[in-house]
Design a protein around this ligand. Structure first.
Ligand SMILES: Nc1ncnc2c1ncn2[C@@H]1O[C@H](COP(=O)(O)OP(=O)(O)OP(=O)(O)O)[C@@H](O)[C@H]1O
Length: 203
């Protein structure tokens, strides 16, 4: 199986301070890689690097066919859920999902299926800003999962989620990987990091 992410000897600095050094990481289609470690160890920094939002100062990094780049062609294959997205004013929860399904063809999930899977059916006609924190996080994840992608990058996807939904999230990620996708997530949830089939990397 050929890897879709390959980092060798990666080093990253922020404002001249070394954050990561000598980091090796691989991820193949069908894999879930869970990056764990203490606050400030560099998990989000690593994800930003994999997303092409931050350039390493040393090492080799390949994501799919080359170095990651913050360009439309790259983002067509890569879905990132990190900070809360900017919600479109005037669009409901359902319409945010409709938008994803209309733009990214063919959608992985219909908006109706996503509303069910992410327990948002009862909130479909509300504006996202009227949702609770955990419901907004579920909408962020649902929008990423409606789109087709090869790589899913998640920064603390468990943020705001209740214990029951965290278990479901593990199942959703397993399904994504079983269909050939690659998940790389930074997490503080050790149960999520140990979802069957996940490989854990402690920074
Ligand atoms: N602009 C910056 N300049 C210098 N250092 C920074 C900058 N931004 C972040 N850092 C430092 O980089 C380190 C790594 O931050 P990062 O957010 O990647 O950690 P993390 O492992 O994701 O932490 P957490 O578990 O708290 O989310 C931290 O020590 C942080 O203080």
């Amino acid at each position: 199986m050929s890897e879709v992410i390959n980092a060798v000897g990666l080093a990253v600095e922020l404002s001249g301070n070394p954050i990561l050094s000598g980091l090796d990481l691989t991820a193949a289609p069908g894999e879930i890689v869970a990056i764990t470690g203490q606050n400030g160890v560099g998990k989000s920094t690593l994800l930003r690097c994999l997303a092409g939002l931050l350039d390493p100062v040393a090492g080799e990094l390949t994501v799919m066919d080359g170095p990651p780049s913050d360009e439309a062609a790259f983002w067509r294959e890569v879905a990132l859920v990190a900070d809360e997205p900017a919600w479109y004013p005037g669009l409901t929860v359902r319409e945010h999902l409709d938008l994803m399904a209309a733009v990214h063809r063919p959608p992985r999930l219909t908006p109706e299926r996503a509303l069910d899977l992410f327990d948002l059916a009862g909130r479909a006609d509300m504006a996202p800003l009227r949702l609770s924190t955990g419901q907004r996080q579920r909408l962020s994840l649902a929008m990423a999962l409606v789109r087709p992608s090869r790589i899913l990058l998640l920064d603390e996807p468990e943020r705001g989620l209740d214990a029951e939904f965290r278990v479901r999230l593990g199942e959703i990620l397993r399904e994504y990987a079983a269909a050939g996708g690659t998940v790389v997530m930074a997490t503080h949830d050790l149960r999520l990091a140990q979802v069957p089939g996940a490989r854990r990397i402690e920074l």
